[in-house]
Every structure is written in structure tokens, then in C-alpha cells.
Design a protein around this ligand. Sequence first.
Ligand SMILES: *Cc1c(COP(=O)(O)O)cnc(C)c1O
Length: 339
Amino acid sequence: MYTDLRSDTVTKPSKEMKAFMLDAPVGDDVFQEDPTVNELEQYAADYFGMEAALYCSSGTQTNQIAINVHCRPGDEVICSKDAHIYFYEGGGIAKNSGSSVLLLPGDRGRITAKDVASGIKDPNNPHYPLTTLVSLEDTMNRGGGAIYDFEEIKAIRNVCKSYNLPLHLDGARVFNALIENNIPPKEYATQFDSISICLSKGLGAPVGSVLIGTKDFIHRARRARKVMGGGMRQAGIIAAGGLYALKNNITRLKEDHQNAQKLGTALLNIDWVEEVLPVQTNIVVAKLKTHVSVEELIAKCAKKDIHFMAFGEQTIRMVTHLDVNDDHIEYTIDILKNL
Ligand SMILES: *Cc1c(COP(=O)(O)O)cnc(C)c1O
């Protein structure tokens, strides 16, 4: 049974989503005349109780635009050493915004208010770069889908406020965090100045991310998007997939978490597995015993139509999503147990 656990980005649009996309009214979005893009942006902003939003081609683009609006060349961004904005965006902070980074350790990628406070540099000392942004990632991809404690986010927000620093959220998988911990999106969003969400991960849309913030912030983000070559024309046809996803595919994320739990528990009981990171959402990260070759394991499983990825030294990552059901999970567990 073909089971693709490489990433939640592999999801394909359902029949219903495709029908919705085909019917979507479109217009020129650079003129802000695409009704579907406008509706998606309004829907996303309202969902988080924020003023405005901007549809972009990818989560890398929304993050990079946010950083570009918040920071000037020579400024410094504080984030986790494992943050997607630093680790997986091709050096974009330096390249696009000429900004520096301060990388904090953290528990499975989750940085603390205490470390943020001690990382902020004295703006009156001319030796230092100016700290101008703090960025969090929730859930934390390289932390195995770890969710931030909401109280810690509030504490980080307080630190930011006392230094007058904006707080950005890389919320590529924020819906997984909100659904799992039952946090109202509007309450959560009050802690951030800008939020990036991905529509093309667990939500199952084919393309796109949305950047959310104040009217003024989004106005400036629209310019940054254009400069980065991200202005799209009749984008409603793809934005419709995102709108459909936001309206239909959020609550079902719980199923992905349950499936990930099952996988994690099964892996824990396999003798060639050294350790499984606590499974909180839809990501399972397992460390293998030293005698096992990650490449061989991946190749062996691929022959049985089960696909997942290496994730650093002796480590594999499996991600559940809306194209993985109970049968896929049972099949995978059965194969893994009997390798
Ligand atoms: C996937 C992801 C993004 C955005 O990735 P794109 O492929 O550019 O859409 C950003 N942050 C995190 C944590 C992600 O997992």
C-alpha cells in the first residue's frame, strides 16, 4: 500500500477541493481584484482576529517577507538554532534582508523567555547589531512537532514588549498546535505582530501560505512581495484550494496526531529503535541504534512502498497527513515490526 510519510507537503487536493478551485472567481491580484484571493486573505485575518493578510506562494516567502518588513540590514533576529527561517530558508535572512541572527538553544527548538531576554543586545552600545525581531516556530519542525507552552509564549511576548520588539510566528503548522491544545486562534494571535501560516501542509491545499498582521504591516509586506517577484495575477484559482482547506481541513488534524501517536508507540517497541521524541502532533522523529543504517532502512521500506526521510544523524522522520489513513498506519506498523 503506497504510504508517503515523507512530509505533510505531499498531500494532493481532493475532488471536492478541485471542484471548488475550478469554480472560483478570479481577477488580477496585483490590482487586488481577485475576489477569491481577497476572500482568503480576509478569512485568514478574521480567523486570527487580525486586521489584514497577504496570500503568498510559499511559507519561505511569507517568513522572508515578514523579516524583510521588520528588519533593516545589520539588524539582528533572535530565533532557535533549529528554526526553519534560519536552517531551511537558504540563508534568506542574510540574503534578502542583510540581517544577522542570534541562535538560541531550546528544548526541542522551543526557546525560552529567559534566553530571549539575555539575547537582546543593548541598543545604546554601538558595537552590537540592533535586535529588531524575535521569531518563534509553533509547532517546531526540527523539534519533532513540539508545541510551545502558551504561557511561555506570553512570557516571551512580555519580554518583547518591554524592549519594544515585534514577535513573528512561523506558524507553518500552527493549526496542529491550536487543535491539539485547544487554544482559541484569536487569543493566541494577540501574542504576535505577524503570523505566517501554510496552506499546503497538513491542510492539503496545493499551493500557498498566508502572512497575517496589521493593515500597515500587510501594506508594506505587499510591496516586499512584489519586489521578491511574488506578485501573482489570477491567483484565485490556487487560493481557492487554501480557502477550502481553511474551511474544511483544520479540525481533522486531530486524526493525524492520533496516527502519529500510533506510529510513535510502535517504533518505541521495535528493537532497532534507540529513542522516539515525544509525539505531540503529526511528526514522529526516531533515533535508530548505531548498527542500523538509515539509508538501508529507507531503501528497504521504499521497496514495500513506505516512504519517509532521514532527519539528521541516525534519525528518521515520519509525518502523518490527510492522505494517510488508519489502513496506511496499520500497514506501516506491520512492515516495520517484521523487517
Ligand atoms: C514548510 C515550512 C515552512 C515553509 O516552507 P515552504 O516549503 O516554503 O512553503 C516554513 N516553516 C516551517 C516550520 C515549515 O515546516
